[in-house]
Design a protein around this ligand. Structure first.
Ligand code: NAD
Length: 349
């Protein structure tokens, strides 16, 4: 076994001028960890397997880690994604090679939940319209009584999914005195009970929510879970908020519902195609608040993702199983277990 635990960062963590892409990602704990060495990979998409031959860990931003990226020699133990999406990682190829795939739920939980609250408050407070009125001078100002917002006390906040982010949204919304409901076929009931969230059927969450938020992953089962038929179940004064993944919502059907004022409005951080086309009719609507899949991008979010990835790779270097492993069956793979044992022995030496 080599004498150092070597960590690679995908080349896009550096800008072309060599400065860090995300200055809030603190690499100091990695640089100063005893027995650890780190290096940036040359820019490549997908990741080039030849660049990874001498590394134990990869921290990955945007490039794809495909089957062709798996380096020969069996040294690589972990691919740690910066964030919780891992559609750019070929998990099957990682399973076959005994490589753990790690994500950073602890980094995004609070920032995305805060984004959802931001959209709830912006929509119900008519923030966008009132900003426009004020900028229009006295004529706009004098129209303010025509744009009454909606108070939240007693309204029903609904969620499709009560996992990492959905639960945190309810946790943060507690003082708003709303009713909480969620549909989640795989819900942890204890979490729902603890947060005072009533679990409902899919149809009910559409019918009863005044604000319906999307907090489930994009899977075959959830693609277009929010479709034209279900949008028709919603109250005319209800809002839809999607910060999860664009294709969970049939965007054409949503645009139609918004145009016909079948629902009051929508807050969207994600889109079926990103970025949306310049002539997308959704961009013309005045009852939507739109953000470029980045409402949660804050100094704290990026620092949190970075810290979680650094912790995960140092856990492995110390022979410990990190948090956030997506492909848990790798933990039983004899090759992964042997590497972990060898790391632990070296860390103790
Ligand atoms: N906008 C952003 O920048 C951003 C950042 C991070 C995460 N996200 C997205 O937020 C979403 C939630 O992330 P998370 O960390 O809470 O994930 P999570 O896996 O912790 O929770 C997802 C929940 O959805 C539930 N679920 C699965 N299938 C469902 C279905 N058919 N109907 C209803 N619920 C279902 C799961 O049981 C789980 O409880 C994901 O789509 C993720 O990609 C977006």
């Amino acid at each position: 076994m080599a004498d150092k635990f070597r960590v690679a960062l995908s080349g896009d963590f550096k800008k072309p001028d060599g400065s860090p892409t995300f200055p809030d990602f603190d690499l100091e704990p990695l640089k100063s960890a005893p027995g650890v060495e780190m290096a940036f990979l040359p820019a490549a998409n997908p990741i080039d397997s030849r660049h990874l031959a001498d590394f134990d860990a990869l921290i990955l931003l945007v490039p794809r880690f495909g089957r062709e990226s798996v380096p020969p020699g069996g040294r690589l133990s972990v691919v740690a994604r910066f964030g919780v999406g891992y559609d750019n990682v070929d998990v099957d190829a990682c399973n076959e090679a005994g490589i753990a795939v790690v994500i950073t739920p602890d980094g995004v939980r609070r920032p995305v939940a805060v984004s959802i609250l931001t959209l709830i408050l912006a929509l119900t407070g008519k923030l966008r319209i009132k900003d426009r009125l004020t900028r229009a001078g006295p004529a706009g100002f004098n129209q303010r009584a025509e744009h009454m917002g909606s108070g939240l006390v007693g309204l029903t906040l609904g969620s499709l999914g009560i996992g990492n982010i959905g639960a945190e949204m309810f946790r943060l919304a507690k003082p708003l005195d709303m009713k909480f409901i969620a549909h989640d076929p795989y819900a942890d009931r204890a979490v729902a009970i603890d947060l005072g969230v009533e679990l409902t059927s899919l149809e009910e969450v559409f019918r009863r929510s005044d604000i319906l938020t999307v907090n489930c992953p994009l899977t075959q089962e959830t693609r277009h879970l929010v479709n034209g038929e279900r949008l028709l179940l919603m109250k005319p004064n209800a809002y839809l908020i999607n910060t999860a993944r664009g294709p969970i919502v049939d965007q054409k059907a949503l645009t139609e519902a918004l145009t016909r004022r079948r629902i009051a409005g929508a807050g969207l951080d994600v889109f079926e195609t990103e970025p949306p086309a310049e002539n997308d009719p959704l961009l013309k609507l005045d009852n939507v608040v739109l953000t470029p899949h980045a409402l949660c991008w804050t100094d704290q979010c990026f620092a949190g993702n970075g810290a979680a990835d650094v912790k995960a790779v140092i856990d492995i270097q110390q022979g410990r199983v990190p948090r956030g492993v997506v492909n848990r069956k790798v933990l039983d793979d004899p090759r992964f277990q042997a590497r972990l044992k060898a790391y632990a022995a070296r860390a103790r030496a």
